[in-house]
Design a binder for this molecule. Structure first.
Ligand code: PLP
Length: 422
């Protein structure tokens, strides 16, 4: 009999973004003339940098000639890309990472989702709450998280990020083995200082734990004091794997390219605490299950590191950060407490009311779509996330609509809250 992996049945059936899409569809249906402004999903809106487009055209032409045609490439990525990543993203920032520790892939989502399969099923995992849901769901699918009750899985340690701790979680009070950290954070937009990051590296050393460090939004960091990589912390190589993506830096969400760094002295343990290099395990996993990123896409990623590419990426980041500043200022001026938006494309807003209620009132009174914080975990239940990934003029129009209708939104929330049927 063909039996199922029942881990899938434990997943929350109402996937956040399909739930949002359903409500937006209903609104569109009842307001056919309304111009909806989507500040929900974190997808980029600006086209690829010109340097990448040129590299794509050139490499596609190479594929058209017998002399320069490329078939399967190395599963770990072409040396020309791995070398430039090691040099420019790490060595030039004082982080000791070499190109053979870099694994090029088609996305951070799949890498971080796949990485957990290297570990046994009885490890204890810790995630921040609110959290990028992929970290939890992939462990649920693997059958590692126990049962779910009131939005929480019994075997997960939730590291709460609240206004009281300035969205910086405390260290776990009981030992954990695998810790997911994400900075700049999705959804809170919070950043981490070197001093704070040192605490986690030290914890990992003391507990023979491993940190999976998701730095997908690293390129938004503006403050020169902030670490761009966990490997800027001494000794982190031994206890951390880092994930980076070209999605949000160079607009590759539709092109797909990212990379994962697994230092050669990063270890995990087998029976009787015998230790193994994670790099060899990840290499084995990738060479078995992955056949590399296409040559043209790797050429486009390589072009990101040219002078032209760097200045075009900077313009993209500046563009989205300008949007973020407009959103942040608008919500602060209406009296909300916000975090993020200065070194991050996300603004996390404390709306002090049920996040779906706020979402519905905002949509129905202004046609603006946000993301309800509860979709990222229990700590998000009275927050919304607004994304700066949109056209500047659309962002200006969205905040203007919200400011104009703010009193009506608040009245509607009060009305909805009084008439709740649940
Ligand atoms: N990590 C975080 C925290 C994200 O928010 C996202 C996308 O929104 C990703 C990873 C996905 O990155 P990629 O497009 O490289 O798969």
């Amino acid at each position: 009999m063909i039996t199922l992996n029942m881990g899938y049945k434990r997943l929350d059936p109402a996937y956040l973004f399909s739930n949002i899409a359903e409500r937006v569809n209903q609104y569109e249906h009842s307001h056919p003339k309304a111009k909806i402004i989507k500040l929900g999903i974190g997808d980029v809106t600006e086209p690829l940098p010109d340097a990448c487009i040129k590299a794509l055209h050139k490499s596609v032409d190479e594929m058209a000639s017998k002399k320069t045609f490329k078939g399967y490439g190395p599963e770990q990525g072409y040396p020309f890309l791995r070398d430039v990543i090691a040099e420019k993203d790490y060595q030039q920032r004082g982080a000791n990472i070499s190109s053979d520790e870099i694994f090029v892939s088609d996305g951070t989502k799949c890498d971080i989702a796949n990485f957990q399969e290297l570990f046994s099923n009885d490890i204890k995992i810790a995630v921040m709450d609110p959290v990028y849901p992929v970290y939890i769901d992939t462990n649920v699918m693997a059958g590692r998280t126990g049962v779910s009750y009131l939005g929480r899985f019994s075997s997960i340690t939730y590291l709460e990020c609240t206004p009281e701790n300035n969205y910086m979680p405390d260290l776990p009070t009981s030992p954990v083995d695998l810790i997911y950290l994400c900075y700049p954070n999705n959804p809170t937009g919070q950043i981490i200082t070197k001093k704070e990051l040192e605490k986690w590296v030290q914890y990992a050393h003391e507990n023979q734990a491993l940190i999976l460090y998701d730095a997908a939004y690293e390129s938004f960091i503006q403050d020169p004091e902030l670490p761009h990589s966990i490997y800027e912390i001494p000794d982190a190589r031994r206890v951390a794997v880092e994930f980076r993506s070209f999605s949000k830096s160079a607009g590759f969400t539709g092109l797909r390219c990212a990379y994962t760094v697994v230092p050669d002295n990063c270890r995990a343990y087998g029976v009787n605490e015998s230790s193994y290099t994670l790099r060899s395990f990840w290499n084995r996993r990738q060479t078995t299950k992955f056949n590399g990123v296409s040559y043209p896409v790797q050429c486009a990623a390589h072009a990101v590191y040219s002078d032209e590419g760097q200045s075009q990426v900077k313009s993209l980041i500046d563009y989205y950060l300008k949007n973020a500043a407009v959103i942040r200022e608008a919500f602060l001026s209406m009296g909300y407490q916000c975090t993020g938006g200065d070194n991050s494309p996300y603004i996390w807003i404390n709306v002090k009311t049920d996040s779906w209620t706020f979402f519905d009132s905002l949509l129905n009174k202004t046609g603006v779509v946000c993301t309800p914080g509860i979709g990222f975990g229990n700590c998000g239940k009275t927050f919304i996330r607004i994304s700066a990934f949109n056209d500047y003029h659309a962002v200006l129009e969205a905040v203007e609509r919200i400011k104009q209708s703010h009193d009506i939104i608040l009245e509607d929330i009060e009305y909805q809250s009084k008439n709740k049927t649940y």
